[in-house]
Design a protein around this ligand. Sequence first.
Ligand code: ASP
Length: 327
Amino acid sequence: MALPKIEILTTGGTIAGKGESETGSSYHAGEVPGDELVRSVPGLSRVADITVREIASIPSQDMTEGVWLALLSAIREDAEKFDGFVITHGTDTMEETAYFLQLTTACKKPVVLVGAMLPSTGLSADGPRNLYNAVLTAATPDTAKQGVVVAMDNVVIGARDVFKSNTTQPETFQAMNFGKVGWIFNDKVTYEAVGLRAQLKAPFDVTKLEQLPKVGIVYNHAGVEGYQAEALVKAGYKGIVSAGVGNGNIHKAVWPVLEKAAQDGVVVVRASRVPTGSATKDAEVDDEKMHWVAAQSLNPQKARVLLQLSLTKTADWKEVQQYFDKY
Ligand code: ASP
């Protein structure tokens, strides 16, 4: 039987990182070419017929919307030629890229993001096993029902819920609110659940855009001042996400800046810096009165992605709230 055809789109990250020693912690991300990565994984050629295409070679802390749009076009261009896609990516911003693709690709084939917490030259590097499992996940047709997923450390998590929870440990990716959807063991991917939102058709077609609307994040903390928010407004940002405290609460120093911003047509989204739970509508804050949008269970960095995409369609806060309610 012919093997499934899988395209690996490479962007860099620690999975392609080179370290100075096998045990030390210092390394440079994104230095090993994709072909070399594939060759370093024993048995991969028995799982799939693999093609590698380089999209970028960067540590993902430097991720840009240009790379997101290039990934999107590559998947669109190659959708008919392959049975599934694997994207190698740094772990720092993987959740943002995954959610962006979830909302934009409309690809009917599996799309799987993967990375590593240890550089490829490290002792017991996690990259080869993660890459093997990601190819297996992309070659499993049921993965397509899960929307875009991250497969790392033997588990599969949907793009909307996945969250980097630890700075250094291989089991860093967790499903913060709603749970892992599948697990990988002995050359088999087993699904136990399916995210309902993952099954919605991607609503945003941004393939023709060269850039996305500017949206920034303002972090709330004890003693914060209004300057960060003011700077974003002054720089002409079309949207601001507040990484609030608790249930998306906003400090009294930031509040008037965001109140005025909303009155002037900037769309303001209230998210929370708390890692689990939702910033709920009209709880301690009267969103209806302020014309602010409640991010609900999206963390600030993912709320930023959805706000950017929403702004390609509307600047009406009520319509933006509907996107947040649905996606
Ligand atoms: N800084 C790296 C990156 O995101 C970390 C990693 O890949 O684990 O590219």
